[in-house]
Design a protein around this ligand. Structure first.
Ligand code: USQ
Length: 405
């Protein structure tokens, strides 16, 4: 299948290009190369060294035996997308080309406006290009579990049946996002659902949990470093689990925000690739807008920190866990029980559990301690979600917290 990846230089995009090529698909993609700039703005760098586009493409050809059509361009530039689609005529479009960080979106007015403009308008451009040029193509739109927020009830996959004043209907499950980034994804979901309805497009909106990990098997046993994907640990672009492993390898205490009872769904990078490939290979019907919840296991953040500490102990890395005052505005404790059946129905089989993948990550990251050490100031959050800027203070060791539970 001809698959276009929007955001092909990113954590997921660069990996997916490799995974799909190894599976026999014809891949092309584009990227505005902005993630590299955003992380530099956070005065940080990827823990895994990442190479220029040209170096990546050389390694791609050497390893997979194929040229990759990877162009630099912005999804706010409609003509760029339209010309690319006219030439490549994608059968599937994976949209990963967005600003993906909740904390970055909350820094100040400029970052809020940038996030919503970049994400919402870029997605609208892709939808129009599909309608005009490749109306039969299938869109895999990357959404997030964070669109749902943390309601005090089970979370279905996108829709649920409601009875109100004696009448029944199947309606979109309410979205209660918890950052302007997450709201941008909600707006995308609404715009995508409507495009399917009025233009007969087909789309799968993937509510993805937190993806983590450093490798996929297709890169090879000792991957060419130029094939590796990025791994961020700064306060905005590092997710909790990636940050915890990076903190562990430089002997920095794990930064729990609050007591760590916030819950999330997690998914190793390799299994995220399998989920996306299966979704592409089993497209939605014409006019259909469907929603998949994509995660493997749910944990609270303190459970995750305990896991990183446990894995560290197994391989001789000492790990402390500290509670920091929470820069975010979020519920300290909440119910979390989302469904995840649709991907299993199309053949998804988890291959790696979270703990074993954390171990692989730690081993992969130990040789890059110096890079994490060099930007370790970026580990402590300073942007608070009330719009003020103050570095989070360390409150106390988390083990004393657990004893008081
Ligand atoms: N947290 C800590 N310590 C840290 C970092 C985070 O305790 O050092 C806590 C946060 O307060 C939050 C939880 O861990 O309660 C998760 O934070 P995160 O930064 O790992 O993930 P999140 O902001 O939810 O966003 C990430 C990705 C985003 C994706 C989302 C999926 O950045 O692109 O959409 O995960 S989900 O979380 O399921 O919505």
């Amino acid at each position: 299948m001809r698959v276009f990846i929007a955001g092909i230089d990113g954590y997921l995009g660069w990996t997916l290009a490799q995974y799909l090529t190894a599976r026999g698909h014809e891949v092309a993609g584009a990227d505005a190369m902005l993630r590299r700039e955003w992380v530099a703005e956070m005065e940080s760098q990827s823990a895994m060294p990442i190479f220029s586009r040209e170096e990546r493409l050389e390694a791609f050809k050497a390893h997979y035996g194929k040229e990759l059509d990877f162009r630099v361009g912005n999804f706010l530039d409609y003509d760029f997308i339209a010309e690319f689609f006219e030439e490549f005529k994608p059968e599937a479009i994976v949209h990963l080309g967005q600003m993906p960080s909740a904390p970055y979106s909350m820094i100040d007015r400029e970052h809020i406006v940038f996030t919503q403009h970049n994400n919402v308008i870029g997605n609208l451009n892709l939808l129009w290009a599909m309608k005009d040029i490749v109306p039969d193509a299938h869109l895999l739109k990357l959404g997030t579990m964070g669109e749902y927020g943390t309601p005090n009830m089970d979370i279905p996959e996108g829709f649920f049946e409601v009875e109100y004043r004696g009448r029944k209907d199947t309606l979109p499950f309410p979205r209660q996002a918890a950052s302007y980034y997450h709201w941008s994804k909600v707006h995308d979901s609404n715009n995508t659902m409507y495009a399917c309805k009025i233009w007969g497009l087909r789309a799968t909106d993937v509510m993805q949990g937190v993806v983590f990990g450093t490798r996929i098997d297709e890169m090879g046993e000792n991957p060419d470093p130029r094939l590796r994907t990025r791994l961020d640990f700064d306060q905005s672009f590092g997710t909790a689990i990636n940050r915890f492993v990076c903190q562990a390898v430089i002997d920095h205490p794990l930064t729990l925000y609050g007591a760590g009872h916030q819950k999330r769904g997690f998914l190793p990078l390799r299994d995220a690739m399998q989920c996306m490939a299966l979704t592409i290979e089993n497209p939605a019907e014409k006019g259909e807008y469907r929603v998949f919840n994509q995660f493997e296991e749910t944990y609270s953040i303190i459970e995750l920190a305990d896991m990183v500490q446990g894995v560290g102990a197994e391989i001789g890395v000492d790990v402390d866990i500290y509670e920091y005052d929470n820069p975010r505005n979020e519920m300290a404790e909440h119910y979390f029980n989302p469904d995840r059946q649709h991907l299993l129905d199309i053949g998804y089989q988890p291959t790696h559990d979270v703990r074993s993948e954390v171990r692989v990550m730690m081993q992969d990251l130990l040789p890059h301690k110096d890079r994490i050490e060099a930007s370790k100031d970026a580990l402590i959050p300073q942007y608070r979600w009330d719009g003020t800027h103050r570095r989070s203070a360390q409150i106390r060791k988390a083990s004393s917290l657990k004893q008081t539970q």
